[in-house]
Design a protein around this ligand. Structure first.
Ligand code: SF4
Length: 579
């Protein structure tokens, strides 16, 4: 029987609660968004006593379903002011699920100062003082924690950015090798964790009851279908696109399409794309290590295995991993074409506790506003290491994200929606993803409804990227994504299940098998829609209107090279998504 663990940071008490019937068939994003909707006042200050931080493994997380070690972290976002679900892959949610915990709700507000860690085992949850770890490098602290609590624990933490409650602070989880490198990065939830005085949640799964599977036959049938689909599809199969080149395989593809935002969204093509692509990572590693290096899993049981490790000339690790979004944010978007420097910048983000997308977007806005020249990677490293890490006045401006930085520098070219900077797809060149950015409950977020699949990759059908009629496409993707984010599967399974129908059946059967639900494919859409409705209701109560579902004005009048396109999706098309 799984339970909910409620953690009160006002009096530092914990309580295990039975799972209410209304949450029985929920997990991951469906559960975090439902709890936030039910328990958090939408008008509360995100860093005040009335916000809550909710962690939920997906429905099938902790089972042997492939590629299913995902966690949803939810709360009211200090970056957007709306509801937030930020998703990461790690062994951490698998350990939580194996202890029979369906969600962890962190609430209250510390009465006194100091930092605390929470240690969860099969015997319960206890606090420990964590002041000795505060203000330090996460790469330095994680080995100390593994030494203290045992090699088999999993760690959730914030870095110094979260301690300083910066709006681009992420929540960090260890990868399969113990690195502090897997992030629920978007939306500043690390700052919410910091506001609660909570530095770590350390989970030891030893002796836990494991995940109960209500209908093992159905689950197994679904698991096999999913596994087969992932092993077949060219993008997800072993030594396929993601396993060989990682997510950065997208760099050359988006660059070719003229949709690769460059120098703070001034151009759609970057002259340094090839040098900072997934292919470049693979070939550079091969040259430096003298052998081909395929990617690894960010958590036990991922069969796609898209996480790379990047090495220097001496064969020493620079960072793991360089994602598409990160090589873009800290590369093309800042005009930086030096892969070693990009690796170092990603390492710094991991070490300080920052979302790489918002960090790159912030540096790009600052560069555009004149703080640094585009391409100045030494200056970018200095801003992260000397200003943000140390919390100088400039560091605190930058640490609060691109919109805050744009305001501080009086700069109007801030490519964000609802306060969150856009990721690595240009909405002027690819309209559907722009519709998702504009209308997502999360602010500008590609993962909320990845229309790039049909618009650019010809996955799940084909859609003309310049066609402005994208309300239906974006809405359908957003609804389906809300279900996948609840399942516990990594979103990258979508490549396979969009093209292989039995893979989608497998997804539904795995979830129904664990829960003992009587679900069909139609239920996936129903559940996704219900999740979206709660998130939309929260945001409307928080003050969001149609006027917030818009891309920045400069995109309407600045043509984007090389295709010289502007944002021309009518407002009525945007309003047709949810209003
Ligand atoms: S596909 Fe990549 S990001 Fe997704 S779970 Fe596997 S290793 Fe992690």
């Amino acid at each position: 029987m799984s339970r909910i663990l409620r953690v009160n940071m006002t009096d530092r008490t914990v309580q295990y609660e039975e799972v209410p019937e209304k949450y029985r068939f929920l997990g991951g994003r469906g559960l975090t968004s439902s709890i936030v909707y039910d328990e958090v006042d939408p008008t509360c200050h995100p860093l005040g006593p009335n916000n809550k931080l909710v962690f939920a493994p997906g429905i099938i997380t902790g089972t042997n379903a492939p590629t299913s070690g995902r966690v949803s972290v939810g709360g009211k976002s200090p970056l957007t002011g709306g509801i937030k679900e930020s998703n990461a892959g790690s062994g951490w949610p698998q350990s939580v699920a194996k202890l029979g915990i369906k969600a962890i709700i962190v609430e209250g507000y510390p009465k006194d100062g100091g930092w605390w860690g929470l240690h969860i085992t099969k015997d319960g949850a206890t606090f420990f003082p964590a002041d000795e770890y505060a203000g330090r490098s996460l790469y330095e602290v994680y080995p100390l924690l593994f030494e203290r609590f045992g090699k088999k624990v999993d760690i959730c933490s914030i870095g110094v950015a979260g301690e300083m409650k910066m709006a681009m602070a992420g929540v960090c989880f260890n990868d399969a090798h113990g690195r502090p490198s897997r992030y629920s990065g978007r939306g500043g939830l690390g700052a919410v964790m910091g506001s609660k005085g909570l530095k770590f949640i350390i989970v030891d799964p030893e002796g836990g009851p494991g995940v109960q599977i209500a209908n093992p036959d159905l689950f197994e049938r679904g698991r096999k279908k999913m596994l087969e689909a992932l092993r077949q599809h060219d993008i997800t199969k072993p030594k396929g696109g993601l396993n060989t080149y990682g997510t950065a395989i997208l760099v050359n593809i988006l660059n070719e399409a003229g949709g690769y935002p460059t120098r703070n969204f001034r151009e759609g093509r970057f002259e340094g794309a090839a040098a900072t692509s997934g292919e470049a990572i693979f070939e550079t590693n091969k040259r430096r290590l003298g052998k081909e290096l395929y990617n690894h899993a960010c958590h036990p049981g991922c069969v796609i295995q898209c996480s790379n490790t990047y090495y220097d000339e001496q064969g020493n690790e620079i960072v793991s991993c360089i994602e598409y979004e990160s090589t873009w944010a800290l590369g093309a978007n800042c005009g930086i074409d030096n892969l070693d420097a990009i690796g170092k910048l990603i390492w710094l983000c991991n070490d300080i506790g920052l979302d790489t997308i918002e960090t790159g977007g912030t540096l790009a806005v600052a560069m555009d506003a004149g703080l640094l020249p585009f391409g100045d990677w030494q200056g970018a490293i200095r801003l992260l290491d000397e200003e943000i890490r140390k919390g100088t006045p400039l560091g605190r401006i930058l640490g609060n994200g691109a919109a805050f930085t744009g305001m501080a520098f009086g700069w109007h070219r801030v490519p964000g929606v609802k306060g969150q900077n856009m990721p690595a797809y240009e909405p002027r060149a690819i309209k559907g993803i722009g519709v998702t950015y504009a209308t997502s409950t999360m602010g500008a977020d590609h993962t909320a409804g990845y229309t790039i699949a049909p618009e650019i990759l010809s996955v799940g059908g084909k859609a003309d990227p310049r066609d402005v009629k994208k309300a239906d496409l974006s809405r359908n993707f957003q609804i389906t994504t809300a279900f996948i984010d609840s399942s516990g599967h990594c979103l990258f399974i979508a490549f396979a299940i969009l093209d292989i129908p039995s893979g989608f059946e497998g997804l539904v059967e795995e979830c129904a098998g664990v829960l003992g639900a009587d679900w069909t494919a139609d239920d996936a859409a129903r559940i996704g829609k219900e999740i979206m409705e709660k998130e939309l209701a929260f945001n409307r109560a928080a003050g969001f209107t149609k006027a917030h579902d818009r891309v920045p004005e400069f995109m309407k009048y600045e043509p984007l090279p090389p295709h010289n396109v502007v944002w021309d999706v009518p407002d009525e098309e945007l309003d047709a998504v949810w209003w």
